[in-house]
Design a protein around this ligand. Structure first.
Ligand SMILES: [Ca+2]
Ligand SMILES: [Ca+2]
Length: 280
């Protein structure tokens, strides 16, 4: 039985998936789970509260029953087949999701271990089945908070140093993070990709947080597809040749990202410059 490593922002729900690899049929299981602050001396964490358990086996006839958390925040969860049937042997069977509410003031990068005990797996004939456990944890971080703080790993704020680092990720100046938590932080808009959308998201959230008296009114985004084109080469007075890139849109475009390929033996690329309607 595996408990996932789960990332969440302060104030957000953290959804920890529980999966099972089993070579034999299973008709029921139980466990007790307790959120424990990793650096908090082993006591129950005050920053996470189990608010719901989602049954991922409902369509196969399994029922979930869970008690209320006790004073140590321990919750017992039962999952069993109400018709006496069983789960067929398989790998990575999604059993259930533990949904935790994370408090708004949870420190950034806090790790909350999910302590698991009293695990019992039942065969269809009510005999216990030997098992192994892979425990999980919840880690708290604010997407977009990539830099700042004593270790330059984040300080709970999104500002210009975070935006500079995000630009370096998107441009490939520094490699895309392999660590899943670092990727979670870099993927500011939480769509699974690192690109210009994350930079726009971070700039907007920075401006929104730092201009409390100025109401930012979002310009209407284009409704029709935006057409991006290359115009004819032009010669400048200083002898440089420029290739105009134009954007034809019926609404406001906040950012644009593209990758170009060229024959480095024949041309040297200078620094792109903004012209016309574009504003810095
Ligand atoms: Ca930061
Ligand atoms: Ca993204």
């Amino acid at each position: 039985m595996r408990f996932a490593e789960t990332f969440s922002g302060p104030g957000g729900p953290a959804i920890a998936a529980v999966t099972l690899d089993t070579p034999v049929p299973i008709s029921g299981l139980q466990f007790t789970v307790q959120p424990v602050g990793r650096n908090g001396g082993g006591g129950p964490s005050s920053h996470a509260m189990l608010i719901s358990v989602i049954n991922n086996l409902q369509s196969t006839g399994f029922t979930i029953s869970s008690g209320s958390p006790d004073q140590d925040k321990k919750t017992t969860v039962l999952l069993f087949h109400s018709g006496g049937d069983s789960l067929n042997p398989d790998d990575q069977i999604p059993l259930l999701d533990l949904v935790y509410a994370i408090d708004e003031n949870a420190p950034h990068h806090l790790i909350i271990d999910l302590n698991i005990e009293n695990v019992v797996l039942s065969a269809p004939n009510s005999q216990p089945i030997a098992h192994q456990l892979q425990s999980g944890f919840l880690q708290i971080g604010k997407p977009g908070d990539l830099a700042g703080g004593t270790l330059s790993a984040g300080d709970g704020q999104v500002n210009i140093i975070d935006i500079v680092k995000a630009v370096q990720f998107v441009l490939g100046v520094i490699p895309t993070p392999n660590d899943p938590f670092a990727f979670f932080l870099a993927d500011a808009n939480e769509d699974g990709n690192l690109n210009v959308l994350d930079i726009v998201f971070m700039v907007r959230s920075f401006l929104d947080n730092n201009q409390p008296t100025v109401k930012t009114v979002a310009a209407a985004a284009p409704v029709e597809p935006v057409v991006i084109g290359l115009s004819a080469l032009q010669s400048l007075d200083d002898g440089q040749i420029v290739l105009p890139v134009s954007i034809d849109a019926d609404g406001a475009v906040a950012a644009f990202q593209a990758t170009t390929t060229f024959n480095a033996a024949q041309i040297t690329i200078g620094t792109p410059r903004l012209t016309g309607h574009a504003e810095r």
